[in-house]
Design a protein around this ligand. Sequence first.
Ligand code: ADP
Length: 260
Amino acid sequence: LETQFLQAQRLESLGTLASGMAHDLNNVLSPILMAVQLLMMKNPDEQSQRLLQRVENNAKRGAALVRQVLSFARGFEGEHTILQLKSLIIEIEQLVKQTFPKNIKVYTSIPDDLYPVSGNATQLYQVLINLVLNARDAMPNGGTLSICAKNLLIDDEYARKHIKACVGSYILLCVSDTGSGMSSEILERIFEPFFTTKEVGQGTGLGLSTVMGIVKSHSGFLKVESSVGQGTQFKVYLKAVEQTQMQPIQDIKLPSGQGE
Ligand code: ADP
């Protein structure tokens, strides 16, 4: 299971990395395809026809690959629907409990009445997966991972004290670990694409830039607090769907004199 998710993460990183190249590759493949198709129309002998067919098939495969990579890299543009994040968080909790080393204790806290948000489930899943994988990597000798979610009203005072955000209803997702923590030099750079302190092959440095990209595309906010030797806490603020938009039909009051 874990390998699947690691693979998904690597694929995502690869997508970002390769998207620039994919554009160029498209410009290389299109003229090859066009030329080969023109040559095939010239009734070449059987052997040439076979060879040209091979060129065409492979150029087409290349083009299909490019399309895949491009659509992957455009990941932040996915469709948004109204989501209840509780089940998504529970899914992550189960994955973590099944696959993380046993010396990492896992706690979750999610209220039943967590506000719905408007978003893309796959992308928000990716956000949490990246955060929990980083938390795991920060605790090679074990520790505690907490995943919590809560409803939050950001008013002027909260915005002044904690985060510069528009006032309103939000949900707050926290992922905390009791791991290595980060120095201020590292903390300054963690959202840079390709910044990693992990060994070659262990990290791509695209996890947190992906997280940031997704949170921003959801008009959300991200905050991180860390202290060396103590641990790290990431907070993701997502705007809740206004309750007025969500009013269930049975709550609408009938005019007096009707009903019973
Ligand atoms: P990667 O995980 O591939 O290195 P990320 O963008 O996810 O890339 O993270 C960048 C860097 O931020 C990590 O290499 C690590 O140094 C630091 N980092 C991220 N999360 C944590 C955490 N929970 N605790 C300590 N350091 C962290």
